[in-house]
Structures are given as structure tokens and as C-alpha cells.
Design a protein around this ligand. Sequence first.
Ligand SMILES: [Zn+2]
Length: 200
Amino acid sequence: MRCLYCDKPIEKYTLYSFLLEPDELCIECRKKLKVKHRYLDLGEFKVESFFEYDSLFKSLLLQYKECGDEALKKVFLYELKSYLDIRYFGYKMIMVPSSKIKLQSRGFDHLEGIFEDVKLQKVKGLRMKEELCQEGKKFFERAKMADNYVYEGEKLAKVLIVDDMVTTGSSLRGVYRAMALHAGKIKVLSLAYKNYTLQS
Ligand SMILES: [Zn+2]
């Protein structure tokens, strides 16, 4: 097997990768993709997050998400899946939806792939009111994102909102507000974080 990032053959193993689950990154690349656990304070709520959006994380995510390299989907939550199953036991999971245009051009839902092996039950019913593009958005559009989601599913006692990236937090804020009308307890998770000033 070869490392999905650097393409060198995988010859060394950790005890975990040898006994429990083979890693698709080599030991050197896995070391570089270090988990740097943070809770980001967005005021209304906190976001649990695992990775700094550095150049390695960025290239992995873009390669997976925008270049359609689906083999990478298991790389992100490697060793973190069981943690999530335990930490959020009893929670149902809802993913921040991508715009329809993005979904069509990618041909797959990148968050579904990343969270596929997490055992928490996944819930649907969240959508964007308007198809606003996420990238390169201006301030007024970001502000709009915070009011751009609607949830039309069942009532939920406990829900975990998940996304891949938190930058300004505008999408997460929007989803949080939409879910607050329909859920008892809400927790929020983002794989990676970009804005250091949000750290707490
Ligand atoms: Zn490698």
C-alpha cells in the first residue's frame, strides 16, 4: 500500500495501524497531520475542532473535496471515529449542507464520505434557503449565511452539527439557529479551524 498523500510505500506501522485499522497515510504524513484539539468560541455556542487548516490539511481537503479524490475520505477521522461515537453517544448528527451547484459539480457529498464510518445516526432535513456560494463571499453575504438555513425534519432531543471547516462561523451560526427551533441539546463540530482569534 502507498501513502495517499506522498505516494511513498507504507512500510512502517504504529501499533494502532498494525492491530486495529490500517492507515492510508504513511507514518511521516500522519505525524504532520497532527490533531490539535480546540474549542472555538462563537459566542452563541462552542465548536469542537481537531485540525489546524495548515497547508497539509488544506491540500488533503481540496484534493478530496474539489478534485474528487474519494479515496481520501477515511484519512480525516482516522483514530477519531471511536472518540466521536463515545463523546456524542445519544446524539443524532446533521451535516451542514453544500449548495446544490457545488454538490452537482463535485458529484458527491464530501461530508457524508468523511463521517460515513461514525456510528451516530445521521439526520436529513436541513437545507439552504437561497443558493449562496460559500467561497469568496463578501461580508454582507456572510451575514446572510447566518440566516440562510431551514430545518424541516423531525424534532430532535440531541443533535450534533458537523462541518469540515470553520472560518468566520457564519454557516455554522445559520445552521445552529435553524436547529435551535427544533432540537433540545445542540453540539457543534468542525474538522478544521482557520481563524485563530476564535480560539478559547
Ligand atoms: Zn506519506
